[in-house]
Design a protein around this ligand. Structure first.
Ligand code: IVH
Length: 668
């Protein structure tokens, strides 16, 4: 028994050390396979010996699928203040001079740091163990997000080295590195989910998720920059941060001791451009007085310390003329105002349009016809209108108003209670809503019907052949051949695509229905929890809210959707056309761990089963289906037409490529 405990401890220590090498030092010293093997051994020992459980074990970094409904809150022991900020180098120099004047006759060293653009976090350690993580909240009280923070592998759960105080707080920024941000947004674009405007929003949204397994998957990182406690090892900030680095925290290499305004200015001009090469988003620099005694002397204002200042990088901005504001109708009827601009070059791309989001945002900008508008991108993927150049406004130009009626069908708009959005309530007669829902239905992640795109849906609707998705299944070759540009073959291809869509799983059918607020993930949860459309349709809002991640807003939207006769009729017709309206029965005999720990990429097209079925088979046999090839991939399950780039990468990394038959024999 004792030897098992020792083995567990040894594995935990080793895995912690390798996590630190990999995630903090960027310098792995063992292969992924060796790491995975140790992790598996530890998992097995912990499973067999729950008496040696430790919530800080490295096995707990994967998060949990269990949704914690809402976060508990906690008061900060020291309020989380903000920083005074400036866009001017001269004002940073003034700050340094003021500090010197307030500390006559003393040397004042300044620490220059990056200002990370994420969401701030406070971590509490006791006896070398992470005990609590709290968000900034309102600065006085924040949400306890310990479970999510534990999934961030660069945050040590147990400290290394020595000299840490028994109890201390360390603060920093949770960030989503550019690469992870781009990957997340690419996935969201693919799923037709709204994109995150910048890594900051993505990081704070992710940190507040209920599902820590999803948090773990997204790849957050943490940069720490402030230590608070009674027995800190040194009397100055810089040495304390270097000590924190030796305890296992990720402390930026950019942190530099500066001794004069000339050095401060050089630090600014260096990072003004060098920041573009950084793997994480930054929105400026922070300058702090180094000595803790001097910090104490300088003190705080109500809002921020007098011993620190933030220098903000100027956002990339362009000025261009407004051509018009158009109002666009989405498939859910929500009206989005969009500014159409004279094309202008901004951070390397031409910007012609920028969303004004909703009435509140649009009116707070107070845009007039023909205005010259400032467009910004500063780290943002989606350009944003940030202001109006009032000097160039012509005196007679009129303010742009949100329109009261639907731009497509003229119906009077309604405001969604408690929200900024206006919607067109004419769901079943307003063209862009109808065609939008059908376009969504046929999309790749939904019913994946080949050959039908936006244009064909529009043509089918204009020809009076469809009013909703169920009508697609009544189309004949002749109907399709009556459309512009359609011949026998293209018509038959669509009918074949429709036929194949009858096999698409129930989860995707739910997603395809365009129930407001039901995206891909929610659809999956609903399908797994209810197992059939009849069950789903029979549930009350209260019963729906018992399902993971379903809150009152989604529950109300689902019951409202099924209460509509039109929707119920459409579902019955889809059912009569043979679509999957329930989950297949669970077949326990098809489960195994033959692929345990294997990462498998699926590529190409298959003959025996669909890609989704292969994905399911991988998961049922203990493996993991991953989207892109890396050195961690174990196999590539390749069908016909595997992409040449994938093939090249797989060959280069020496990853075995297996075909359908080999795969099926591996799991049988
Ligand atoms: S120091 C009492 N250092 O910027 C001083 N903050 O605008 C505590 N931030 O709330 C903050 N990088 O979320 C500090 N190197 C850095 C920072 C930094 C980013 C954030 C932090 C803070 C905000 C203030």
């Amino acid at each position: 028994m004792e030897s098992i405990r020792h083995r567990i401890e040894k594995l935990r220590n080793e895995l912690n050390r390798h996590n630190h090498n990999y995630y903090v030092l960027n310098n792995p010293t063992i292969s992924d396979i060796e790491f995975d093997t140790m992790m598996k051994e530890l998992e097995a020992l912990e499973r067999d010996h729950p008496e040696f459980d430790d919530p800080l074990s490295p096995t707990r970094r994967v998060g949990s699928d269990l949704a914690a409904k809402g976060f508990e809150q906690e008061l900060h022991e020291h309020p989380m203040l903000s920083l005074g900020n400036t866009y001017s180098v001269g004002e940073v120099d003034d700050f340094v001079r003021h500090c010197r004047e307030a500390l006559p006759g003393e040397e004042v060293a300044i620490v220059g740091e990056l200002k990370f653009d994420g969401t701030s976090i406070s971590l509490l350690y006791e006896n070398g163990r992470l005990v609590r993580a709290i968000t900034r909240g309102d600065g006085v009280r924040g949400d306890i997000v310990t479970d999510n923070v534990k999934t961030i592998r660069s945050i040590p759960l147990l400290l290394q080295g020595s000299g840490w105080p028994d109890r201390f707080e360390i603060r920093g920024e949770i960030v989503l590195p550019w690469k992870a941000f781009e990957r997340l947004n690419a996935e969201r674009a693919f799923n037709e989910e709204p994109l995150f405007a910048n890594p900051r929003n993505a990081a704070s949204g992710t940190l507040k998720m209920q599902n820590s397994a999803e948090v773990a998957r997204r790849g957050l990182d943490a940069c720490l920059y402030y230590l608070i406690g009674d027995n800190l090892p040194f009397g100055n900030h810089f040495d304390n941060m270097m000590a924190a680095r030796s305890w296992g925290f990720k402390i930026s290499d950019a942190m530099t001791l500066l001794h004069s305004t000339a050095e401060v200015d050089a630090f600014i001009s260096h990072w003004d451009t060098a920041r573009r090469e950084l793997p994480v988003a930054t929105d400026g620099l922070v300058f702090k007085v180094n000595s803790l005694r001097q910090q104490l002397n300088l003190g705080f204002t109500a809002k921020s310390p007098r011993w620190a200042i933030a220098y903000k990088f100027p956002a990339e901005r362009a000025l261009t003329r407004l051509r018009s504001v158009s109002f666009e109708v989405g498939r859910s009827g929500i009206i989005t105002p969009v500014a159409n601009l004279e094309p202008v070059l901004l951070s390397g791309t031409v910007v012609k349009r920028a969303s004004l989001h909703n009435q509140d945002i649009m009116e707070s900008l107070d845009i007039h016809d023909n205005d010259m508008l400032y467009v910004e991108k500063g780290g943002e993927i989606i350009p944003k209108i940030t202001g109006v150049d009032l000097k160039s406004r012509t005196p007679d130009s009129l303010p742009v108003r949100f329109r009261p009626d639907c731009p497509s069908c003229g119906t009077t708009l309604q405001r969604i209670p408690g929200e900024a959005a206006w919607i067109c309530p004419n769901k079943y007669r307003c063209t862009p809503q109808i065609t939008g829902r059908v376009e969504h239905f046929v999309g790749r992640r939904m019913m994946n019907i080949d050959g039908i795109g936006e244009e064909t849906v529009g043509d089918l609707f204009n020809a009076g052949l469809i009013k909703n998705a169920a009508d697609l299944y009544s189309l004949s070759v002749n109907d399709l051949m009556s459309l512009p540009g359609f011949g026998q073959r293209s018509a038959e291809r669509i009918l074949q695509g429709l036929d194949e869509s009858r096999k698409v799983g129930f989860e995707r059918v739910i997603y395809a229905l365009s129930i407001p607020f039901v995206g891909e993930t929610v659809a999956k949860k609903l399908a797994r929890a209810t197992r059939s459309i009849d069950n789903l349709m029979s549930l009350s809002a209260e019963a729906l809210e018992q399902i993971d991640d379903i809150g009152p807003r989604i529950a109300a939207s689902i019951t409202a959707f099924f209460a509509e006769q039109t929707n119920r009729e459409m579902i019955e017709r889809l059912r009569s056309h043979g679509l999957q309206m329930e989950m297949p029965p669970e077949d326990e005999s098809s489960r195994s761990d033959r692929l345990a720990g294997k990462s498998i990429v699926i590529s190409g097209t298959f003959t025996h089963h669909s890609r989704d079925q292969y994905k399911e088979m991988i998961e049922r046999n203990g493996g993991k289906n991953v989207g892109s090839i890396s050195k961690k991939t174990d196999y590539i399950l390749a069908g016909d037409n595997m992409g040449p780039a994938k093939l090249e990468k797989a060959t280069k990394l020496g990853i075995p490529i297996i075909d359908e038959d080999t795969f099926l024999s591996m799991i049988s």
